[in-house]
Design a protein around this ligand. Structure first.
Ligand SMILES: [Zn+2]
Length: 490
């Protein structure tokens, strides 16, 4: 069998060896562009007496511009693990005669023991999931064979995170602009609670329900959170802040003087404080149907759970009664029918017992039938109510709602109360039928909170800064996965 080698392989190998790698006696010279893993690879495959040396691609004195001469070599330990060397030079210009060491700015920062690739890992992992520095250090050791103290991982992450995050954020803004993705004006809003050092905090978020862009995402202490804050938050989320990012335009005198983004519909759960705010904002209000239905089901479930327990106990009892009846009937088998002699007390007793058990059986069967009927009725109304929100036209939805409303006095109490309440904001729960671009539920926000701040993290952060940093990573991830559908690289 002959192996075919693709011509591109030969070409690339040739280029690498010709321009970036030179073999000379017991030395392998690499230019400063060669990534450190190539140096580590040579070190790995070469015998120990071969020295791997980084040299300048163009050895010119940075002080005077004269040619540099090879002078001596200086050892450099890549990630405190692999020893290679850096070429030192002396300037040929007698009046300068400075010593210059090969600099590797693409690979490692000055005065740093660890390469940029290693330093980046903490922030990169944080993009995926919030994990401890200890675990990060473990991953770095397992994956890269580099032993690194967790404090160093923490330090690297913190000094690089601002730049790392802002670069990615800028890239996102740029891609959004290039792709002409704009706010649709249909917005989901919700709150979610968490803790920092045991203190309760709230996160308020609004997201474009069409393209899933985040309009606003803030955290604050729960004690400072009230309906006035919600109003400010909703109002400012809809302001066009580009004036602030344009240095050619003076900042507006007051943020309220900023222009509005597209305003159309706000989707929320049923909290009553939202209603006047959204009216003031002059927007359509869609109340989440999922929350509505949950509001209806909760009291119903309380009742149906009770009924189901009763049903179970009656059914068990019935089974026992049926068994008992069989036993008693077996006892009287083979006996002559007709009147039982007075003196046969035992037989009389059994007969009475049998009679009583048979009455009990009838009673239990009736009770079970009644409970089942009640449960069926609840199920029927549950389905009826869900169906209202599934109709294709407002006319159909209204007709079905009115049908229920007109039977108010005949409905089970729990259902009647809900239907009566629904009358008040029925209009605000069927906007998704009126317009297909309005979502039926606020599930997008529920999902956003679940993905970007899972329950397991809700009590582990110790500082506001920590949460804010974590959320920036998660927002980038949200944009990558749910808005741009592409990985952001910097
Ligand atoms: Zn010089």
């Amino acid at each position: 069998m002959t192996l075919k080698i693709a011509p591109t392989d030969i070409i690339s190998a040739e280029i690498v060896f010709k321009d970036y790698v030179t073999f000379k006696e017991n030395k392998v010279y690499l230019t400063e562009d060669v990534p450190e893993h190539i140096a580590e690879f040579f070190k790995e495959i070469m015998p120990d007496f071969i020295l791997i040396i980084y040299e300048m691609f163009n050895p010119i004195c940075p002080y005077c511009g004269a040619k540099l001469h090879r002078h001596e070599i200086k050892d450099w330990e890549i990630n405190k693990k692999t020893i290679v060397y850096k070429q030192r030079y002396k300037c040929t210009n007698k009046s300068c005669s400075k010593t210059v060491t090969t600099d590797l700015p693409d690979i490692v920062d000055k005065h740093c023991n660890y390469t940029k690739d290693i330093k980046k890992i903490g922030n990169e992992l944080e993009d995926l999931e919030h994990i401890s520095y200890e675990k990060k250090a473990e991953i770095i050791e397992k994956r890269h064979g580099v032993k690194i103290p967790r404090q160093t991982v923490q330090y690297h992450e913190s000094i690089n995170s601002e730049q790392y995050l802002s670069k990615k954020e800028e890239k996102i803004t740029q891609i959004l602009k290039e792709r002409n993705i704009e706010f649709s004006g249909i917005i989901g809003y919700d709150e979610s609670f968490f803790f920092i050092n045991g203190e309760k905090y709230v996160r308020t978020t609004s997201i474009d329900s069409q393209n899933h862009m985040i309009l606003n995402d803030q955290i604050m202490k729960a004690e400072d959170f009230d309906k006035y804050f919600i109003e400010i938050f909703m109002t400012y989320s809809l302001k066009d802040l580009t004036a602030y990012s344009n240095p050619n335009i003076p900042n507006p005198k007051h943020p309220l003087l900023l222009g509005d983004l597209k305003k159309d519909t706000m989707v929320t759960d049923g909290y009553t404080a939202y209603v006047p705010i959204i009216e003031k904002l002059n927007m359509t209000h869609q109340k989440c149907v999922f929350h509505k239905i949950m509001n209806q089901r909760t009291p119903v479930w309380k009742t149906t759970n009770k009924l189901e327990r009763q049903l179970k106990s009656k059914e068990d009892k019935l089974e026992k009664t049926i068994k008992k009846i069989q036993q008693l009937e077996n006892l009287s088998k083979g006996q002559k029918p007709g009147r039982i002699p007075l003196k046969d007390k035992k037989r009389r007793k059994n007969k009475n017992k049998l009679k009583k058990k048979k009455q009990e059986k009838t009673q239990l069967k009736n009770d079970i039938k009644k409970i089942k009927k009640q449960l069926d009725e609840f199920e029927y109304y549950n389905n009826k109510i869900s169906e209202i929100f599934d109709y294709d036209t407002v006319k159909d939805a209204e007709r079905e709602f009115n049908r229920l409303y007109n039977q108010l006095d005949f409905l089970p109490e729990e259902v009647g109360k809900f239907v009566k309440n629904l009358k008040k904001d029925f209009d605000k729960t069927i906007n998704h039928i009126r317009r297909k671009d309005i979502p039926k539920t606020n599930n997008l926000l529920e999902g956003f909170f679940k993905i970007t701040f899972p329950k397991k993290y809700k009590r582990i952060f110790r500082t506001e800064k920590g949460v804010k940093n974590y959320l920036r990573h998660m927002r980038i991830r949200w944009y990558e996965r749910n808005v741009l559908h592409e990985k952001i690289t910097i």
